[in-house]
Design a protein around this ligand. Structure first.
Ligand code: C2E
Ligand code: MG
Ligand code: MG
Length: 591
């Protein structure tokens, strides 16, 4: 990402209130000022975390941190001893404060703060222009800023295929939804092509993945060149591509595009000095004739593509009713979900959390699974969203809580030490009026101690009514339940709630742990979050640690514990029990 200097940033955003907090002009104190006067300044302005000290030429000399300064004066006699001293003669003034020119890049400033051990996180640093003092910036705001910019980068990663640079499934479906909505208004049609390469596996297996990747890139380029500018070409997964034609007039438009694609594929591809031939099978479907909803339309184009394959490949077919639909549509899923609870089809898996300093298991997270009678074991990504949209999450979430608490007690009966269990809570559950009461009665009924239950909440929760959130969290906390922020760093970027709410732990989102080699900025973010957690006395868990190098990074950044495939995938209750018993035989934890 391009580096942004503080100056450019300030110029660009000078109307933006967060920027004003990023760089605040606070009238500096002169080095000859008496400590008692400095104390008064702090007492008068409760929102000033640090005071800059300058000499008579307005050149900054250092910073006085509010906490250290005031704490010292609370001690007996310090008013008498220090009160009449000049500020520059005392040890309160931190002369190794960070002073940066306004032309410095924001990322560089963040790195300087991180490298300096983060002690400037709260007190911040001084900005100068031509060596003259112009303001102080708060380290927390700076962290907010780099996290937000990182999110823009994450958006790209989440919406584009890295190999072909085409939109991915997520973005494609989003655009398809928009085009469909527009076509309803304009009474036009949307055409969808589902393109699947024939025998692509053959190239991958025989020539290696590097070769396969080059083939996919070349195909992507060719599909793009066959399409109009207004069409959207996307890579859905593997060797599956889709093309959306907006405002198409009739089936003829799609036939023309299909012919053009098949024709262009006849030309050999030059890959790594070789000439290769590839063909494709295409299925098409039209909105609203075939379906007026994106996933349904996709399923139909997919079914048509299978017909094209069945017809000997290297051809295209249009969807006709009666073709086999390979993916279950949402309606079916929703109907099945409504019955799943009474049919006892949900199960909980548990993933252990390991403390790095001792290697001990410090808890586990309960993760719901759905044993679907036809589709097998489904992970929450396939159904949690639907349960949230339909409200089914309320009864299902209650079952999860009951089951997790019951299991905690079963493990104790089976001879394990009491092990904290974390349960995910959706916003909709949290906002139920009886939520606290429900949690309390489930805990009491199970017989477990509240201290062993942790509720995982996401940051999005804090965007709603702060007073209600605060009241509920306080009540839960007073009862003894622990509270954690899940997927920390991906959501709401205003961190002020951390100070207000009784939070015990932060779970650093796995997107910051993954791909450290490709995304070195992640290391800084993890370190910054760890330092932030430490400064607020919060425990930290890194999620999704898969490799030794990720573990090493997490360890060096000062994060206390980890959860991830490197130690264990989520396991059924009995397997987790054996896992824990086996590990506990070894005093030192080994992977
Ligand atoms: P989460 O709470 O962030 O849970 C962590 C997810 O990361 C789990 O996915 C876990 O299997 C996965 N994971 C852990 N370590 C690794 C790793 O090293 N590599 C990779 N690639 N993944 C790892 P899972 O079980 O599929 O759950 C997905 C999400 O579904 C959860 O994310 C949570 O938001 C939601 N969820 C799960 N169970 C419940 C539930 O009972 N209630 C609610 N409301 N949401 C739930
Ligand atoms: Mg979680
Ligand atoms: Mg998480």
């Amino acid at each position: 990402m391009k580096k942004l200097s503080m100056q450019a940033y300030l110029a660009k955003n000078n109307e933006n209130p967060t920027v004003m907090t990023l760089l605040k002009f606070i009238p500096p104190v002169e080095d000859c000022m008496l400590c008692l006067t400095v104390l008064e300044l702090f007492q008068e302005n409760s929102d000033i975390f640090a005071l800059p000290v300058v000499n008579s030429g307005n050149i900054p000399l250092g910073i006085v941190d509010r906490k250290a300064f005031i704490e010292n004066f609370i001690k007996p006699f310090s008013k008498e001893i220090f009160g009449k001293k000049k500020i520059s003669d005392t040890h309160f003034m931190n002369k190794s404060s960070i002073i940066v020119d306004k032309g410095a890049a924001i990322d560089d400033v963040a790195r300087i703060i991180i490298d300096a051990g983060m002690q400037h996180m709260v007190s911040g640093f001084i900005a100068t222009d031509n060596e003259q003092y112009i303001g102080v910036a708060n380290g927390l705001d700076l962290l907010n800023e780099i996290t937000q910019r990182k999110q823009a980068n994450l958006f790209y990663l989440a919406h584009y295929d890295q190999l072909t640079k085409l939109p991915n499934r997520l973005l494609f479906l989003d655009r398809l939804d928009m085009a469909i909505a527009e076509s309803h208004r304009q009474k036009t049609q949307v055409g969808l092509l589902f393109v699947d390469l024939d025998n692509f596996k053959h190239f991958n297996d025989s020539m290696g993945h590097g070769f396969g990747d080059k083939v996919l890139m070349a195909v992507a380029a060719r599909l793009t060149s066959c399409s109009r500018e207004s069409d959207t070409v996307a890579r859905l997964s593997g060797d599956e591509f889709t093309i959306m034609q907006e405002k198409t007039n009739c089936q003829d438009d799609m036939n023309i595009l299909c012919d053009r694609i098949l024709e262009s594929m006849k030309q050999p591809f030059q890959i790594m000095g070789r000439e290769v031939f590839i063909t494709a099978s295409i299925g098409t479907a039209i909105c609203p004739n075939d379906d007026s909803e994106s996933t349904g339309l996709l399923a139909k184009a997919d079914a048509a593509m299978y017909e094209a394959k069945r017809s000997g490949r290297n051809t295209y077919r249009h969807y006709v009713p009666g073709m086999n639909l390979y993916s279950l549509d949402r309606m079916t899923l929703e109907t099945d979900l409504r019955m799943a609870l009474e049919r006892n089809e949900f199960e909980l898996f548990y993933q252990p959390q390991v403390e790095l300093s001792t290697g001990k298991i410090v808890g586990n997270e309960a993760l719901v699974r759905w044993r679907h009678p036809k589709r097998g074991l489904l992970s929450p990504i396939h159904f949690i969203e639907i349960t949230e949209e339909t409200g089914l999450i309320v009864p299902i979430g209650k079952w999860v809580l009951e089951q997790a608490c019951r299991q905690h007690m079963i493990w104790i009966e089976n001879g394990l030490e009491p092990m904290p269990v974390s349960v995910n809570i959706s916003a909709m559950q949290f906002y139920q009026t009886e939520f606290c009461e429900m949690v309390r009665s489930i805990i009491i009924d199970s017989g477990m101690q509240p201290i062993y239950l942790e509720l995982e909440l996401t940051e999005s929760l804090f965007m709603y009514d702060v007073d209600i959130v605060l009241k509920t969290l306080d009540e839960l906390h007073k009862f003894g339940v622990k509270l954690a922020i899940d997927d920390f760093g991906t959501g709401y970027s205003n961190l002020s709630y951390l100070k207000r709410f009784p939070i015990d732990r932060l779970k650093i989102d796995q997107s910051f742990i993954r791909h450290l080699e490709r995304e070195p900025v992640n290391i800084d973010i993890v370190r910054a979050i760890a330092a932030l957690g430490k400064s607020m006395s919060l425990e930290l868990v890194a999620e999704g640690v898969e490799t030794d190098s990720e573990l090493a990074m997490v360890q060096s950044s000062g994060c206390g514990s980890v959860q991830g495939y490197l130690y264990s995938k989520p396991l059924p209750a009995d397997q987790l029990e054996s896992w824990v018993k086996e590990r506990n035989l070894n005093s030192v934890f080994e992977i």
